[in-house]
Design a protein around this ligand. Sequence first.
Ligand SMILES: [Zn+2]
Length: 572
Amino acid sequence: MKRYAIVCAALILAAACSRQEDKPAAPAAQAVAERQPPLASLPKIDGGAILERIKVISADEFEGRAPGSKGEELTVKYLEEEFKKIGLKPGNTDGTYVQNVPLVGITGSNTQPLTIAKGAQKQTFKWSDEVVAWSKHVADSAAIKDSEVIFAGYGVTAPEFDWDDFKGVDIKGKTIIVLVNDPQVPEASDPAKLDPKVFNGKAMTYYGRWTYKFEEGARRGAAGILIVHEEGPAGYPFQVVQGNLREKFDLVTPDKNMGRASIEGWITLEAAKKILKTAGQDFDALKKQSLTREFKPVPLGLSASMAIGNKMRTLDSRNVLGKVEGNDPNLREEYVVYTAHWDHLGVGAPVKGDKIYNGALDNASGVASLIEIARAFMSVEPRPKRSVLFLMVTAEEQGLLGSQHYSVTPVYPLDKTLANINVDGVNQWGRTKDITVVGMGASDLDDVLRDAAKEQGRTLRPDPEPEKGFYYRSDHFNFAKQGVPALYVDTGVEYVGKPPEYSQQKRDEYTNVDYHQPSDEVKPDWDLSGAVEDAELLFAVGFRVASAARFPEWKAGNEFKAKREGMLKKSR
Ligand SMILES: [Zn+2]
């Protein structure tokens, strides 16, 4: 799970945030939810049961639920047993509750530091402090040697925005240095604002995600890809990047990931400035050029060398899945898919003597909440027309791998999959008058959610930091990337009976103290009454979509709409 670092830091900003108003549903979209039982008539969710389940799978015995560990064995066993107990049918067509996810774990070490040469003049950069890099090649070693260095702007090719940073320049075998995020292009009439027509203005598009930069560089045959870390546009400090130095997992692909660049990684802003200075270039000037469509890659007259040694192990991890069968024989083969990742970080560096990263909130809480939603589906009469799949995915913390595996090797065809609803962390601080929609305005699912929230007397609130690209950072994104409309909500910010600063205070507390730390444990002061309301809301949304007259759609202008329409056209 990824958390907001800052929501609305000052009261002035908080006021500005709360003025961001939610748009009413378009009439066509309302059809998705029409003629459905009122939320109040649906089964209730039991907060006590959610808490008990969180306690079970976040207990020390589960060792922080790392893929491939004893914690995985216990978690998978628990999920299978609970699915059976509540009456879910096996989610896999082979009659089991699991989908195998073959993973390779790679621990890299720097066998030769990053060295930038200008003729005979050489500069080396410190591993971890200045350079964090790895190789996804399933091989004992990987290297770049005297590889020509090119500054490639944002490293983006985006036809829908008429943008191409590469301009046909051949980068095969070369090393590119690229900027993080997508181009932040100012509006011509008001340069204080970002142009909403270019990369959706302030909001991050997928072109801004670091994973995209490595994918695009690899498509073009780059040998090395180094992203310049800038804290603001990245959304997190360099320490988070350094987390990549522990064992990294990947799906095992037929080409052993040889289609990826030999070396992928990050350099600090200071290191980037140094390298560019050696080339007689200025970082700020190049960054400015990179904000125009006229930008062309800049050969730096430098060469880069670096080597990485890989220690590897392969392991089979598992997604766990169970289903509620729809009651309409004609629609039963169509699915709404709920996801929550069961994995967390396992056992790691001790903090205050504790080395078990329990991941109670991240994401034992999401798993627990989905089991209770599944139980509600089993007790509702009549059942929805379509089937509902509960998919607990592995290896989210390793780069959304379990959900990626499902999305490229789905058990049920994606053109028969109406929607994905993902839960990554629940609200542990009490009831809220609102609920945050990450990537609000993406699809019709927002309208179904809005109607249901209204029945609870609650409102939707847009993600206050769309620039940080949270929509691309949890498991629903893999569904979106393949075209399936996906809904991802986060805790609201207006707490019932609490002062306005309460939400920010609690978030900061969690982000600074517990996020991805051994102290992410069940706390005595947790109040899951808000989590219960959120779960009832997400239950209602899934229930309504599963019985609706038509499939939900992406809104016009969404980057995944074309993919969905192409998929549905082929199948109909
Ligand atoms: Zn996490």
